[in-house]
Design a protein around this ligand. Structure first.
Ligand code: NDP
Ligand code: HSE
Length: 434
């Protein structure tokens, strides 16, 4: 049996405490799987004297000096479950440059500045693993960075935020509006007291950047992701989706394809979209996550499971700990970051999809023709039109064929300027075959 692999655990909150519990409960199996015991050298937290409800660790292991812990000679692997950009970035760069492998769940940092971490890992000859950063327990990053490396991924479509999926699934089931459903999600503990990162799509955008980087062998950051949240999705939008045999999900979509000049590029976006009920992602309910991967040879693959929570996220962290510990004992390092393709980011205006537009118009002769004329002028082809009258006004619901986002935006802008258009109630993208 080799000498123990010693961990510095940074953070002991929702995820960190479950990592400790699993390390303790599964110690015998983990030792057998790794080939050496895994020991905790120290645990860095903000409040070392806080009561931590029967955690199976010696209280003397707690410290506020994360950097001092990382630099200790008896630390082999650094596990970061604190979150945020700083001081986590400084800690992890220090660890990696010093040759210590890192396991992290920090999606915000990886999306903000993953390149710096990968460079530090290469410099120090250390491993950087981050399975828990996207979709919690779901084994997803390892398949992208290893199993599918012989294939060519064309598209990744995912539901990667549990909070928003819980809210949209609730709106679909009850017919209630966004605010009311968010209140319920908060009361049930599914949404945080400040839900901004989730409902405005920041959390999903960070995950989209990580997925796109791995899928397309390019460095994609949070700033490259077009982001829209779900706060504007109304009960009327959901009812309209239902009438079309659809539901609404917050999707992260990363796809490769030619840009306007024909050069290969990557488009990454997060926004609510209608998807047909027959789409595999439509049945993903509650706070579950699912990611649909399309590759040239493999075809369509679906990954599904719990995307958050202490134990599910700790499961992914533990898998990474075992992998880096084995590498350490074998004196090897996993393949480094693959960003050789360095594909440019395609502007959102060139993203092509279908659209569902609801507008209130005057109900008189020539109105439909005028509205249709605006779509035609911007080369946006109409697939279906549904009209319901109300006195002198009418509601129009128009669904288009596939068109570039910029063309649709110009269409909506011109419609807004027409005196026959009272208001544009909503514009939603429509994804998936229908
Ligand atoms: P928590 O807020 O529950 O825990 C954060 C921990 O970090 C606490 O132990 C806190 O110490 C410690 N900490 C905070 N600031 C410092 C500091 N300056 N120095 C030392 N320690 C510090 O976070 P989570 O466990 O929920 O999340 C951790 C990471 O995992 C984040 O990156 C998150 O995005 C990611 N993640 C979380 C998921 C989840 O479901 N919770 C799912 C997937 C990823 P103290 O205990 O003393 O307050
Ligand atoms: N807030 C995130 C979610 C946690 O709702 O999915 C996991 O990253």
């Amino acid at each position: 049996m080799d000498k123990p692999v010693r961990l510095a655990l940074l953070g002991c909150g929702t995820v960190g405490s479950e990592v400790l519990r699993l390390l303790h409960e599964q110690a015998t199996d983990l030792t057998a799987r790794v080939g050496a015991p895994i020991e905790i050298a120290g645990i860095a937290v903000r409040r070392p004297n806080r009561a931590r409800g029967g955690l199976p660790v010696d209280p003397a292991l707690f410290t506020t000096d994360a950097l001092g812990l990382i630099k200790r000679d008896d630390v082999d692997v650094v596990v970061e479950v604190v979150g945020g950009i700083e001081p986590a970035r400084g800690w992890l760069v220090e660890a990696l440059r010093g040759g210590k492998s890192v396991v992290t769940a920090n999606k915000a940092l990886l999306a903000e500045d993953g390149g710096t971490l990968h460079d530090a890992a290469a410099e120090g000859g250390a491993d950087l693993y981050y399975e828990a950063s996207v979709a919690g327990a779901i084994p997803l990053l390892r398949p992208l960075r290893e199993s599918l490396h012989g294939d060519s991924i064309t598209r990744v479509t995912g539901i990667v935020n549990g909070t928003t999926n819980f809210i949209l699934s609730g709106m679909d089931a009850t017919g209630a509006g966004f605010a009311e459903t968010l209140e319920q999600a908060t009361a049930l503990g599914y949404a945080e007291a400040d839900p901004t990162a989730d409902v405005e799509g920041f959390d999903a955008a960070a995950k989209a950047a990580i997925l796109a980087s791995l899928a397309f062998h390019s460095r994609v950051g949070a700033a490259d992701v077009h982001r829209e949240g779900i706060t504007e999705v109304s009960a009327a939008d959901m009812a309209s989706a239902q009438e079309m045999g659809c539901t609404i999900k917050l999707l992260c979509i990363a796809e490769r394809g030619p840009d306007a000049s024909g050069a290969e590029s990557v488009s990454v976006r997060v926004h609510p979209a209608m998807i047909p009920r027959s789409h595999p992602l439509a049945s993903v309910g509650d706070a579950f996550n699912a990611v649909f991967v399309e590759a040239v040879a493999a075809g369509q693959l679906m990954f599904y499971g719990r995307g958050a929570g202490g134990a599910p996220t700790a499961s992914a962290v533990l898998g990474d700990i075992v992998a880096v510990a084995r590498n350490r004992l074998a004196g090897v390092r996993s393949a480094s970051e693959s960003s050789y393709a360095a594909l440019p980011i395609r502007p959102m205006g060139e993203a092509v999809t279908r659209y569902h537009i609801s507008l209130d118009v005057a109900d008189r002769a020539g109105v439909l023709a005028a509205v249709a004329g605006v779509f035609a002028r911007h080369d946006v082809s109409i697939a279906t039109v549904r009209q319901s009258g109300r006195d002198t006004d009418a509601s129009l619901v128009i669904v288009t064929h596939r068109a570039p986002d910029a063309a649709l935006a110009a269409t909506v802008e011109e419609l807004r300027g027409l005196d026959i258009v009272r208001s544009i109630a909503s514009v939603l993208r429509v994804e998936g075959d229908h």
